[in-house]
Design a protein. Structure first.
Length: 278
């Protein structure tokens, strides 16, 4: 297949095989058999068989970055060989997104990121050709982006360290005998105060995301917003395939999602939720 999908070559299969042995979620023989058959089907260029095995793993509740990556690769391969079914690009994007979120292995994260770029580039190319908006990934908010730069534990450590620094600086500022000490205390307090405020805010944001954030990927060509009666909203901008959305309320056949600045109600069947890391 020409275009951005051409970047998703069989070289990724080598990475899939390399990481296969590094991230198994369970030692169950049947689960191992599904992993093995999925990888064998990928190496043999049989994406349909690979998808069947890897989806069976997902149905069993296996949460593993390697399985997610291989599942994304299988859907991408089915597109590349011209046997695409509706929703394959979105499901490939979901697999790569999930692998990035779950993995702690730099090589796997890089491979999943490259696969995701290729998939979203292909989606954007198709949408541009159809005269539709090409934005597939609006990115996260500034606050969530900053919070994601460090782990929750790291932000907590920064908050503690800046709190201690602020207390020591105030002590010098108020009780320091020498003028130089009082000036140093004032400078230290001026620096530690905003750092403490930022660290506390980011710690709370990271904790909220860890406990409450749920996200999904659109797995249909266009997820059309509906009203409370389930009727398509005229003129509403559909959410593109492969888009990563925040699940604001996911209950029953309809889900309320947030995509950038857009908040919409779409069919739950149009989405595939991303597994959360432990």
């Amino acid at each position: 297949m020409k275009g951005p999908m051409g970047a998703l070559r069989l070289a990724l299969l080598g990475a899939a095989t390399l990481f296969f042995c590094a991230g198994r979620a369970t030692a169950d023989d049947d689960t191992d058999g599904l992993f093995a058959s999925g990888v064998a089907a990928l190496k043999g260029g049989r994406p349909q068989e690979a998808i069947a095995s890897l989806e069976a793993l997902a149905d069993r509740g296996v949460v593993d970055p390697v399985a997610s990556y291989d599942r994304g690769l299988a859907y991408a391969m089915r597109v590349r060989i011209g046997a695409e079914l509706p929703g394959d690009l979105g499901r490939a994007a979901q697999g790569f997104e999930e692998a990035r979120d779950l993995s702690r292995t730099a090589g796997l994260i890089d491979d999943a990121s490259r696969g995701l770029v290729a998939i979203r580039s292909e989606i954007a190319r198709r949408r541009a050709r159809a005269g539709e908006p090409v934005q597939v990934d609006p990115g996260r908010s500034l606050a969530r982006t900053v919070a994601g730069l460090l782990s929750e534990d790291t932000w907590s450590f920064v908050a503690i360290a800046s709190s201690v620094t602020l207390a020591a600086s105030l002590f010098l500022r108020v009780l320091g005998g020498a003028r130089r000490l009082r000036i140093s205390g004032g400078v230290g307090a001026g620096i530690a105060s905003p750092v403490l405020a930022l660290a506390v805010a980011m710690t709370l944001s990271a904790r909220h995301d860890r406990l409450h954030l749920r996200e999904a990927v659109v797995v249909v060509a266009n997820a059309r917003p509906v009203d409370d009666r389930g009727i398509t909203v005229p003129g509403a901008t559909p959410l593109p395939e492969g888009a990563r959305v925040e699940l604001v309320d996911a209950s029953g056949p309809w889900s309320r999602v947030r995509f950038g600045a857009i908040e919409a109600r779409v069919a739950t069947s149009n989405l595939r939720e991303l597994a959360r890391p432990d």
